[in-house]
Design a protein around this ligand. Sequence first.
Ligand SMILES: [Zn+2]
Length: 323
Amino acid sequence: MPGFGPYSYRHSSVFSVVQGLDDMIPVTVKVIVRDWLNANHVLFLGEDENVLVDSGYVTHADTTVRLVREALGTRTLQRLVNTHCHSDHMGGNAAVQRAFGCPIWIPEGEAPLIEAWDTRALWIDYAGQRAERFDFDEVVGPGDMLIMGELEWSAIPAPGHDMSALMFWNSAERILVSGDALWERGFGIVLPGEGWHDRLDAARATLGQIRALDPRVVIPGHGQPFTQVEQAIALCESRIAAFETDEVKLARYVLKVMLSFALLDLGRLEEAYLAEYLASMPLYADYDREWLHLGFDELAAMLVHDLARSGAIVRRDGYIMAA
Ligand SMILES: [Zn+2]
């Protein structure tokens, strides 16, 4: 987001190759847990082919490439696959492709947006996010079977948060790579606006699909892999129930998540400048006009108050930053 005021970039990142999962996840599947700005990377090691799922955020792409290289050792990368095309999952695609020369596979429903580089539909400049443009080589469709890490994975549609998202399911080991459809404590935001009930219904149906699969372990797009799957599903279902009667509540929640995400990217933002920042992003202007009717000063005050109260941000020396 060049051109915008007083902020500084934060270059640190929390990550680890998950240890102690030997009894849960086959040795051919390496999970590189990142943070909330960068999606996790799942690296599948095979005899003939090594495959990476999701590439993180663009500003941390150097770290992504280094982590993947370390996990590969002397091997090379033959393919990059995305669960869906949000900036925290595909922002590093171009950098990974440059580093390893691998083809990129994306969910087929994302293809038109990526081809057109539709920055509004991809939530990029529309929401103050960034990503490096890339070209894809192949698409993955619902029901397609992929061999990754010497295991068979079926691509399962996971609409809701992203209507074109896919999950990858291995029935032999009962492992699900869920993307943003299910985390240990939540799932990716669902947008208000036209079709919002359909999106919430889709998110609920995706959770039902996961319940029917009965995974032994879920490798999520953010956070640690987990085994308490029913508990995670039930939490998400209760959130959906709370939103489906109140579109304004959903709109407020989306703005809070989007601002928290932007703060992870920016590092910090001068509180006095926040209203101006919000006014510069079409997302906030649109949502305020449609649902909140506060004006940018009041909107800024509301977001800071709510996010500080929930512990998502901290206020210090006139700045706000992600907690
Ligand atoms: Zn997402």
